[in-house]
Design a protein around this ligand. Structure first.
Ligand code: IMO
Ligand code: MG
Length: 407
């Protein structure tokens, strides 16, 4: 069984926890997109691990993990992360690999990323990790891949400071490098592979709120390319979403809590503190908003999501009522389709539907039937609206705070 897990919103949906949870049934976990712009938090045995590049399945000591071909890898960030894991007893030797087709992020690219974004009239608010520049060097065919590290002429084309930076990492990168095609054929025949996405559907270069997106393929389709498998080898696609919405950086966010509305502003602060909505990579406070069902259904449709995974439902534990966005009003017209045009998204006012809250601590619930009726009603409405089943619900950071609704 080959499973793809993607974010179904603007990133930070709790993919790290869900991948760690699902990893117990996988043999190999492959990250297929993005780079050190991602921030995945995993809590295991009261220990918290913040990962940026290494697949979240790495915490399971017996699993193989691969940084896939669709990734952009900053060697310093990678080896810092490996050192962090090793110092905390997570052994990586012999089970952590890098695709020879993955691209390398160089210090010069990071510098340009920061300068370019600062010079934009409306900055994207990038994470400053050189992601967009590395992907554009790749598209220009001027990038450098792990496989190119043995190519002397190619290395000589690099700027001196980038080459000086890269050289000490070359032996270790080469030692971890694999040809994913033969690795899958020879070492993973019949294995269960879990393809781990980064960012989210609405940050995808093609499907997201362009240009306020990241530059990698965070959509489910990215698992096929960046994971070096054909689309036909993918058996199921899971989309992770939070019971509300967040976004980091600039760009349209139709269901965002309005700072001008006292009730929404209070809700924003409550959600941010209760849900710990601060960036794992940059520490920035995340923008928060109502669950946007228009955007979520769009993500389900364009990624063929079979099963949704809902996280952070416990954040709403103490509320008497909750709201979700079920349509947009754009210049007086109502729509429940997700537009491509940024001006339309910026003008969109959320049409909200009110649900009864449960006002009860559900963090310890062990089954769907244990959830209070208002919580079950909220879940049923989302399934009906998106025409997609919710298969897993997360009620806290720990692995055991997870309910499975269907296998
Ligand atoms: P995970 O995997 C949330 C956002 C940045 C910025 C835009 C472009 O933790 O869900 P980039 O540095 O990628 O060029 O920035 O994308 N962004 C994320 N937001 N979660 C992420 O990853 C993100 N990765 C990038 O904030 O708005
Ligand atoms: Mg994150």
């Amino acid at each position: 069984m080959n499973t793809v897990v993607i974010g179904a919103q603007w990133g930070d949906e709790g993919k790290g926890k869900i991948v760690d949870y699902l990893a117990k049934k996988a043999d190999v976990i492959v990250r297929f997109a993005g780079g050190a712009n991602a921030g995945h938090t995993i809590v295991y045995n009261n220990e918290e691990y913040a990962l940026h590049l290494i697949p979240s399945g790495v915490i399971h000591p017996e699993k193989k993990v691969i940084l896939g071909a669709g990734m952009v890898i900053d060697p310093k960030a990678l080896f810092d992360e490996i050192s962090m894991l090793e110092s905390r007893g997570v052994k990586t030797k012999g089970r952590l690999f890098v695709s020879d087709r993955a691209h390398i992020v160089l210090p010069g690219y990071i510098k340009i990323d920061k300068e370019l974004d600062a010079a934009r009239k409306t900055p994207i608010g990038t994470t400053g990790r050189g992601i967009g520049i590395t992907y554009s060097m790749k598209s220009r065919r001027d990038g450098i891949r792990i496989a190119d590290l043995c190519w002397k002429e190619k290395l000589l084309e690099l700027k001196d400071e980038d080459r000086v930076f890269l050289e000490p990492f070359i032996p270790d990168l080469q030692a971890m490098s694999i040809d994913m095609c033969s690795y899958f054929a020879e070492c993973c025949a019949g294995a269960n592979v879990l393809f781990e996405g980064a960012q989210g559907a609405l940050l995808d270069l093609d499907l997201g709120t362009y240009p306020f997106v990241s530059s990698g393929v965070s959509a489910a389709a990215g698992a096929a390319l960046g994971g070096m498998t054909g689309p036909r080898s993918i058996d199921r696609i899971l989309g992770v979403f939070k019971a509300y919405s967040t976004r980091v950086g600039n760009g349209p966010f139709p269901a965002e809590f309005s700072a001008q509305d006292a009730e929404q502003d209070a809700l924003c602060k409550f959600v941010r503190e209760t849900g710990r909505e601060y960036g794992v990579t940059t520490g920035r406070p995340r923008r928060c908003g109502y669950l946007d069902l228009v955007a979520l259904r769009y993500a389900c449709r364009v990624n063929s999501i079979d099963t949704l995974v809902m996280t952070h439902l416990d954040v709403y534990n103490t509320l008497d009522s909750i709201k979700a966005c079920v349509a947009y009003e754009i210049e007086g017209a109502k729509t429940d389709n997700f537009p491509a045009a940024i001006p339309a998204l910026l003008k969109a006012k959320p049409v909200l539907r009110c649900f009864e809250g449960w006002n009860k601590n559900i963090s310890g619930c062990k089954s769907f039937n244990e959830l209070p009726e208002p919580a079950r009603n909220y879940i049923a409405f989302i399934e009906e609206y998106c025409k997609t089943k919710i298969g897993i619900i997360s009620l806290g950071y720990e692995r055991n705070q997870t309910i499975e609704l269907q296998s």
